[in-house]
Design a protein around this ligand. Structure first.
Ligand SMILES: Nc1ncnc2c1ncn2[C@@H]1O[C@H](COP(=O)(O)OP(=O)(O)OP(=O)(O)O)[C@@H](O)[C@H]1O
Ligand SMILES: [Mg+2]
Length: 314
């Protein structure tokens, strides 16, 4: 099982679109994929489930908010109890032997960061505050260690555009971080800062775990940036436009920042709106065009970098 967080502080850069489509294409290639929606906006969830259905069936009992809620976040019941199987997309990918499951978010997750922050305070000794830090930041990692998750090949976590505690639990749980970014000034500006914040979290977690003698089985974490994926790239004559090319080159010059070779091009025809009828865009186009083929190559690149391969490209 490979666990990948899809994150960027910057909002609206295509995180959710990438997560939904990457998950769906990987599932159509025969992989067992679990998507975890950690964004209170709940857009990933609504890409697979109609809003009415969510209100009727999912909202009260079957969301990640309930799991984080309470006095002992992540301790009251197993994360595996929250797994949902959206029907439309699975009807489409089932013939390959693949599957796509999802753990739903909740609009109320927005308050959970504050609740979790309150759990971090109130201790009197250094040791106990470090233990609380480990316990809290490590909760999603521990939750995903449930035996029932071992059947998944790939877990993709869609993060909110912030670096709050919920997002940090995703980084701690992940081996790899995929960073969607637009090829513009504001989107590329924050990339180094993001890498620095992830390093800082890794350092703190590992120092505290070491200091506490592997307290509670907290082994060191090693999340790494798998790569920046440029999204919404304007293509002209098979090439990114000059303005986008310039920003892409600038990021590529940074040796610390791996950049994926394949990109997601800007196409409102394909990507605007969330999944219609619960089917992500890249599976809605049976007639494969350039955009769908490009996305297939991006999926291959990501799976290859994760040491996985599945199915045929086209
Ligand atoms: N390649 C693309 N071409 C055109 N439009 C796109 C593309 N990718 C995403 N979009 C559109 O851009 C908007 C933002 O995308 P998305 O919701 O995936 O971003 P996000 O990073 O998850 O945002 P947030 O930070 O709010 O969670 C959506 O309306 C989406 O349909
Ligand atoms: Mg999003």
């Amino acid at each position: 099982m490979r666990i990948v967080a899809v994150m960027n502080y910057k909002g609206g850069v295509g995180k959710t679109t990438l997560t939904a489509n990457l998950g769906a294409v990987a599932a159509s290639r025969g992989l067992k994929v679990l998507l975890l929606d950690l964004d209170p906006q709940t857009n990933l969830t609504f890409s697979f489930f109609p809003v009415d259905d969510w209100h009727e069936r999912i909202r009260n009992e079957h969301t990640i908010k309930r799991w984080f809620d309470g006095d002992a976040p992540g301790r009251e019941f197993s994360l595996a109890e929250l797994v949902l199987t959206p029907e439309p997309v699975n009807r489409l990918v089932g013939h390959s032997g693949g599957r796509l499951d999802l753990i739903s978010s909740h609009l109320g997750l927005i308050n959970i960061d504050l609740q979790l922050a309150a759990h971090l305070g109130g201790t009197t000794t250094l040791d106990s505050s470090q233990r609380r830090f480990l316990e809290l930041h490590g909760c999603l990692r521990r939750g995903l260690q449930d035996e029932r998750f071992s059947e998944y090949d790939l877990v993709l976590i869609d993060c909110a555009p912030n670096f709050g505690i919920v997002t940090k639990t995703a980084i701690v749980a992940s081996e790899q971080i995929l960073v969607p970014a637009k090829a513009d000034y504001l989107s590329t500006l924050g990339l180094e800062y993001l890498a620095g914040s992830c390093d800082e979290l890794k350092r703190d977690f590992n120092n505290f775990a070491h200091h506490n003698g592997g307290f509670g089985g907290h082994r060191p974490i090693t999340p790494e940036i798998l790569g920046v994926v440029f999204t919404m790239v304007q293509i002209y004559s098979q090439q990114p436009t000059a303005a986008h090319h310039e920003y892409i080159q600038e990021v590529k010059q940074n040796p610390e920042m791996p950049v994926l070779h394949n990109m997601v091009r800007n196409s409102t025809k394909h990507f605007s709106g969330s999944g219609e009828g619960g089917i992500p865009a890249m599976l809605r186009h049976p007639q494969k065009d350039d955009v769908v083929r490009e996305f297939g190559r991006l999926t291959d690149e990501v799976l290859g970098k994760l040491g996985m391969s599945a199915g045929v490209i086209e």
